[in-house]
Design a protein around this ligand. Structure first.
Ligand SMILES: [Zn+2]
Length: 547
């Protein structure tokens, strides 16, 4: 089965910020997760490089628009490398191939009779690159009407433009949303879209005059294609030849069908992805994406981030300090992806210490050390057979949790409930830690006589279950924290330390594949673990304020 996931195409008016890293990390995690599940995956990110705002930013930096875009794009690519993002495709809307695709698409929709020329009068926010209704605007202290998102006055806009016949698709779109209840996720975003459809859809202009930096309307070079109509098509042009494998079934009967495509977007650009884009696809006779997921926004220390407030989190500095696994983990684990979430340095350190250093790292370290201390010279065959039976048959509560959490993890991931998915892993690890304190295998083993087989088996079972919990957690986390997961599998004698993880998809297809989940640790592996040395897989972060 194929699976195609996209980040938004980031606007290159400025350097990448944590708000761009956030959905990209999520997409990378979901894409890797799908590879583990046996899907053939395409993962696209890219940059939206046209429009008035870019032209302005370039001018302010005394650069040509293309040079300005090139330098910002290289900063994006550097950040993705630093965060170990493994996108399979990258699209730039200033690329020649993209312009050709947009022209071709425009002509197709025009031939369908869905593009016409008309007069547009209205209010426009340059920062949103979107039209506004007076009822949605705020007044500033000078009595000017302002965009509620950007707090800047909107422009009076009156032009002869080309229009797209959006209204024609209102009923078809309603019908699609009804038939595909998970199309717009989470459900509270769907209600927003249903509200817009209730108000009724109006045709919208898809061209601009007086703009230099953009794609010409075919046959009318005075007009440039509206930046959103242009950028959305990057999801197609960026796939190039693979478009037919991941999206388009040439068969006419597939029109208005569902393509296995997921768009991850910020909640502020929902209208473009859940209304304009599906209508454009219907007009072109192409299948619609399976899912549009609108994520929440990030704040810092409870406050909105902004340049003027001087509290912007720099993703480069953050990753250089904590490492890519830690940054990726924190933003996926700390708050639900669909809701707004808060970053603070202390929350980050506490989260990493609690989950990765203690619940996971320390559990693994203590369990392997105790095994080494008490079982290095034992014949493990019978002990392991009994422990394996305990796990396979879910003979105690912890074994039940170990056997069920990965299914819960996978079903939550299928719904992009990333927070809940990760929670199921750490619920299991926390149960294992509690069980370890209750059983206290170190005391049992210290006091048990050699022929007290029952006590020795009880202690062994506890340690073996812990290793199984850690092994399965490492597999589930592999698409999010590949370096940590690798360290765990190396320590469990399941992976060679020399193994190169830069080709992560091959690792996720094989050693980290979900088909490995039920292959219990064997006598041979345990013997290797007991004969080698280990060090903690995640060092606790020392910080005077941390708990
Ligand atoms: Zn705005």
């Amino acid at each position: 089965m194929t699976f195609y996931i996209t980040t938004p195409l980031y606007y290159v008016n400025d350097l990448p910020h944590i708000g761009s890293a956030y959905p990209t990390i999520a997409c990378d995690f979901i894409a890797g997760h799908k590879v583990q599940s046996g899907h053939k995956v395409a993962f696209l990110t890219g940059t939206d490089e046209h429009g008035q705002k870019i032209e302005k930013s370039a001018k302010e930096n005394s650069k040509k628009p293309q040079d300005h875009c090139d330098s910002v794009v290289s900063a994006f690519k550097d950040l993705w490398q630093l965060l170990e993002i493994k996108n399979t495709h990258y699209v730039r809307t200033s690329a020649h191939e993209h312009k050709e695709y947009v022209t071709e698409f425009f002509n197709k929709v025009k031939a369908k009779g869905d593009i016409y020329k008309g007069e547009y009068k209205g209010l426009y926010c340059v920062s949103c690159e979107d039209f506004k209704l007076e009822k949605d605007l705020e007044e500033n202290e000078n009595g000017e009407l302002c965009c509620p998102i950007h707090k800047i006055p909107v422009d009076e806009y009156s032009q002869e433009n080309y229009f797209f016949a959006l209204s024609k698709y209102e009923d078809k779109l309603k019908d699609y949303i009804e038939k595909n209840p998970d199309f717009i996720s989470p459900s509270y975003r769907k209600n927003e879209v249903l509200g817009w459809l209730e108000e009724g859809l109006k045709d919208f202009p898809i061209s601009r005059v007086g703009l230099n930096w953009g794609i010409d309307i075919p046959g009318d070079s005075d007009q440039k294609i509206y930046v959103w109509f242009d950028a959305l098509l990057g999801y197609h042009s960026g796939l190039a030849e693979s478009l037919k494998d991941y999206w388009v079934n040439e068969d006419e009967s597939s029109a208005h069908g569902v393509a296995p495509v997921t768009h991850i977007i910020g909640k502020d650009i929902l209208r473009f992805h859940a209304v304009y884009w599906p209508a454009m696809l219907m007009s072109a006779g192409m299948p619609l994406p399976e899912k549009v997921f609108g994520h929440g926004f990030l704040t810092k220390d409870g406050m909105k981030m902004g340049k003027t407030l001087g509290n912007v989190v720099d993703p480069v500095e953050l990753t250089q300090e904590f490492g890519s696994d830690s940054v990726r983990f924190f933003f996926m684990r700390e708050f639900p992806f669909g809701r707004d979430g808060d970053y603070s340095r202390l929350a980050m350190i506490n989260r990493l210490n609690t989950d990765l250093a203690n619940n996971l790292g320390n559990l693994l370290n203590r369990s392997t050390n105790l095994m080494r201390k008490y079982f290095s010279n034992s014949d493990l065959t019978e002990l392991i057979e009994n422990a394996q039976k305990l796990v396979s048959n879910s003979e105690n509560d912890l074994a039940k949790v170990i056997n069920s959490f990965s299914d819960k993890f996978r079903s939550e991931m299928a719904e992009i409930n990333i927070f809940q998915a990760l929670d199921s892993i750490f619920f299991c690890l926390s149960e294992a830690n509690t069980e370890m304190s209750n059983i206290a295998p170190w005391t049992l083993l210290k006091n048990a006589s050699e022929d007290d087989k029952e006590t020795i088996q009880l202690a062994f079972n506890c340690l073996y279950l812990n290793l199984e919990a850690c092994r399965r957690a490492a597999i589930c986390l592999a698409a999010l924290t590949p370096n940590l997961s690798k360290s765990i599998l190396v320590q469990l004698a399941l992976l060679d330390d020399e193994h190169d993880i830069s080709d992560r998809y091959s690792l996720l297809e094989n050693e980290f594949s979900f088909s490995k989940l039920n292959e219990l640790l064997s006598v041979q592996e345990l013997n290797t673990i007991l004969s080698s040395k280990s060090k903690p897989v995640f060092e606790r972060i020392a910080d005077k304020e941390a708990v």
